[in-house]
Design a protein around this ligand. Structure first.
Ligand code: UDP
Ligand code: UDP
Length: 474
């Protein structure tokens, strides 16, 4: 029997990278019968992550190799992207050893965007080099084009008076540039510009979007007069790659029991991703806003953080005990006990969104969350916090129009309870033109995503095309 193509996948730490990498690996092995080895860099900072890795190992659809920790004791860099880039750089030797220890060498390496320095190992072992961008095409365009802005634009991008241009794409408002590009003097700025260059030197790029959603941006990559000038490798839109809802798993818990008793599409699910947190003041306003909206809700609550550098972020997501009543408004839990369900730290998000009771999503707009919202056909309140979330929010709320967003950035000001209540009501209850249009658009986008993914759809075809190319790299 002919042995199947062996693909290696390398994922950087963090749930937003781990989940899509594991889902991609699942599809490569189950739908396309490839032999897959996933190399992981665990952060060892959350029980949720430990469980996900253990579940992937137990499912036995592919081999999971956890790389040993690298010494980071001398690293003073504190930015998320800066640390991530250094972490992955320091893991290159461990990755090299792990690859050389395999009995059969992979012919293809798929690295996530923070793992592109492993391409040196791919070259040594004659592997084809692909990048998996677990975000969308607009983010990819910006990341790749940053190397041009770097030479053309004088001063900080955030201080520019006009929107920043990317050939063939929507211009980017200065306030929407991704976090690592906000300050051009910082190490993470140079790291992300380099990531863009590394992506452009790969053999191909897989991006978690689909043609119908971002046709114009995707077309720009293949046009030599537009982004194709910088980006030589082909870009394959293969999304949405999202985890299938694991409703069976969650089925017996108190939360799913409660959800099963709520009317269809009556509950808004509130969650700020694997790392998002709010300030104490903001949390108070969200609580009152939810209460004032009169809508049912499920809220994944994390202890508030003190704002230091404008980012509300925690890397712990499920290990520590917390007592919600300490930081939620007095009496809130009692007053809302009939209509609300507060979950501590972490929920099985795809299962919650897949519940028929859930009809809206209050999200930080991480791309995995956005796709999970879209594939479940729910309208969103989008509340950008960090990374590329301002860009995602602009796309979802102002262009695609499946979401509403606060008038100002929630990282700049505290958004008041009245505005929150209005946004929640708008997507859940309002029978005005706008409310109806947003809900209708959410259903339309869900169908568009489904269409792309089934046989004959653009992402289905692109996926098959890539797998065929993998076969030729042997
Ligand atoms: N997630 C989850 N439960 C939570 C919070 C997050 O299952 O309580 C999952 C979510 O479904 C998504 C991922 O963690 O798949 C977060 O990725 P995303 O890109 O949305 O945001 P990030 O956490 O990377 O900012
Ligand atoms: N859009 C965006 N960023 C993207 C891709 C799309 O803001 O990366 C918006 C775009 O402005 C348009 C809509 O989403 O309103 C549909 O996108 P498409 O790329 O298909 O643009 P079109 O072909 O409609 O100009």
């Amino acid at each position: 029997m002919e042995s199947s193509t062996h693909v290696a996948l390398l994922s950087s730490p963090g749930m937003g990278h781990l989940f899509p990498s594991l889902e991609l690996a699942t599809r490569l092995s189950t739908h396309h019968h490839l032999t897959v080895t996933v190399f992981l860099v665990p952060s060892h900072s959350s029980s949720a992550e430990n469980k996900v890795i253990a579940a992937a190992e137990a499912a036995d659809l592919f081999t999971v190799v956890e790389l040993p920790p690298a010494d980071m004791s001398d690293v003073t860099e504190s930015s998320v992207v800066g640390r991530l880039a250094i972490t992955m750089r320091r893991h290159v030797p461990a990755f090299r050893s792990a690859v050389s220890a395999l009995t059969s060498l992979p012919s293809v390496l798929i690295a996530d965007i923070f793992a592109t320095e492993s391409f040196a190992v791919a070259d040594e072992f004659h592997m084809a080099k692909y990048v998996f961008v677990a975000s969308n095409a607009w983010f990819l365009a910006l990341t790749v084009y940053a190397q041009v802005w770097d030479k053309q634009i004088v001063g900080q991008y955030v201080d520019q008076k006009e929107p920043l241009q990317i050939p063939g794409c929507e211009p980017v408002r200065p306030c929407d540039v991704i976090d690592p590009l906000l300050d051009r003097t910082q190490p993470q700025y140079f790291e992300i510009v380099k990531v863009g260059m590394d992506i452009a030197s790969s053999d191909g790029v897989l991006v978690n979007t689909w043609d119908d959603l971002q046709g114009r941006t995707l077309a720009s990559f293949s046009d030599r007069n537009l982004l194709g000038r910088i980006m030589k490798p082909p870009v394959y839109s293969i999304g949405p790659i999202v985890r299938q809802s694991s409703s069976k798993k969650g089925g017996s818990s108190e939360l799913f029991n409660w959800l099963s008793k709520q009317p269809n599409e009556s509950v808004i699910y509130v969650s700020f991703g694997s790392g998002g947190t709010l300030s104490f003041e903001q949390m108070t306003e969200v609580a009152h806003g939810l209460e004032m909206s009169g809508q049912r809700f499920v809220w994944v609550v994390r202890a508030p953080t003190v704002r230091s550098d404008g980012a509300y972020f925690t890397t712990g997501d499920g290990s520590e005990e917390q007592s919600e009543s300490k930081f939620l408004p007095e009496g809130f839990l009692e007053r809302t006990s009939e209509v609300g369900f507060v979950v501590s730290m972490w929920a099985d998000q795809t299962a919650v969104l897949g519940s028929p009771a859930v009809g809206g999503f209050f999200t930080h707009g991480g791309w995995n969350s956005a796709l999970e919202g879209i594939t479940n056909g729910v309208p969103m309140v989008v509340w950008p916090l960090y990374a590329e979330q301002r860009l995602n929010a602009t796309m979802l709320a102002e262009e695609v129009r499946v979401a509403v967003r606060p008038k100002e950035l929630p990282t700049k000001v505290v958004i008041g309870r009245e505005e929150i209540a209005v946004m929640v009501r708008k997507i859940m209850a309002e029978e005005d033109e706008e409310g109806k249009a947003i809900r209708a658009k959410a259903k339309e986008l869900q169908r568009s995503a489904e269409k792309a993914s089934v046989e004959g759809g653009s992402s289905y075809d692109n996926f098959a095309k890539v797998v065929k190319l993998f076969g030729k790299s042997v």
